[in-house]
Design a binder for this molecule. Structure first.
Ligand code: GLY
Length: 343
């Protein structure tokens, strides 16, 4: 097991890669936690949950709403919860985002922790203290920065994920390699099939290295004033694609990363060979790379991105494989580029 820490503004968060759901009681206070989970995870793992009342929510991005948060808050009141209550989110990114938000606003904030069950949430969503929900078509528009006391990344739980979900999570791991670790990129290139097959040595190293990269970035810039923006590589265009084509976050981010790589090449930062290397890796991980979406639809969806600042936005470019740079550019410049690479 490996332990990583983020000493956040609201407290210390410890992330345990390779720990087991069965040991979660060691990290909990003496009182029973209130567990928030989804129906899939409850059906698969309920017999390994610690003792405590369970609030079950539905699955999919559509339930990441204030309505679901209200439902949870009413359940917490109904259960007689108070400031001493502890909330344990057991699930993927959606459960953790919602559980962390509900815990942060219930009675102005109660203690919380996560058991992170999907690859995507282990390497991204449950680490770093971003909690929140969507509002209408605006992704993650309402939320708080607040660190969970602990995050348990149980590698054994990944085995129950569909293959497409493994690829979705691997997309975020590629992102971490691209923004800061060329050696990890080479390791991924050499081990793509073993990663897809969840080979224990390969997947543990990739999750641990990703959590290490992300927790260091968050430690330096918790509230995304500066360096944390690099974690949005591929996300401006990726989120837009996700809005118009619900094929999964990682798949949309893969397309966004290819677009960002081409944009970086267009600016002379990286070479065609670098772009080809990225595309080759993404395809080897069963991620899409065909930029066949409608350019105007992407532009309309991207215009509603919350990272927009007036007529400008922060775009994450690659300066090299393993090095990102954030630049404020005009929306119109990105739109011109989108028109030149999409249909
Ligand atoms: N997923 C990007 C971040 O946590 O900042």
């Amino acid at each position: 097991m490996k332990k990583f820490q983020v000493n956040g503004l609201m407290g210390l968060s410890s992330i345990y890669v390779g720990e087991s759901l069965s040991n979660v009681k060691e990290y909990l206070p003496d009182t029973e936690p209130v567990i928030i989970t989804d129906s899939n995870i409850r059906d698969l793992y309920q017999d390994r949950f610690p003792k405590g009342p369970v609030i079950t929510i539905g699955t999919g991005e559509k339930i990441k709403t204030l309505h679901t948060v209200e439902f949870i808050l009413r359940e917490l009141i109904h259960l007689g919860c108070d400031r001493s209550s502890f909330i344990l989110g057991i699930g993927g990114g959606i459960v953790c985002d919602i559980a962390g938000f509900a815990a942060s606003v219930f009675l102005r904030g109660v203690r919380f922790g996560f058991v992170s069950t999907s690859l995507l949430s282990q390497v991204d969503a449950s680490v770093g203290g971003k909690n929140g929900v969507n509002l209408d078509s605006f992704k993650n528009m309402v939320g708080v920065f607040n660190q969970p006391e602990f995050v348990i990344c149980d590698m054994d739980m990944l085995a129950s994920l569909p293959k497409s979900e493994i690829s979705n999570g691997l997309a975020e791991i590629v992102k971490h390699c691209l923004i800061s670790d060329p050696d990890m990129l080479s390791f991924m290139e050499q081990n793509r099939q073993r990663a897809l097959d969840l080979d224990p040595d390969v997947i543990s190293r990739l999750v641990a290295d990703s959590v290490d990269i992300k927790s260091r970035v968050v430690q330096r810039d918790e509230k995304e004033a500066d360096e944390r923006k690099k974690l949005n590589l591929g996300h401006t265009i990726g989120h837009a694609i996700e809005k118009i084509d619900q094929k999964g976050h990682g798949r949309a981010v893969a397309l966004g990363m290819k677009a960002a790589a081409l944009f970086s090449m267009d600016r002379g930062y990286i070479s065609r060979a670098d772009v080809d290397r990225i595309v080759d890796l993404l395809e080897g991980l069963n991620l899409p790379t065909d930029l066949d979406h409608d350019a105007d639809q992407i532009i309309r969806a991207a215009a509603r991105d919350k990272k927009k600042q007036g007529s400008d936005l922060f775009f994450v470019f690659l300066e090299a494989l393993g090095k990102a740079r954030v630049e404020k550019i005009a929306y119109e410049e990105m739109n011109r580029f989108i028109r030149s690479i999409f249909k």
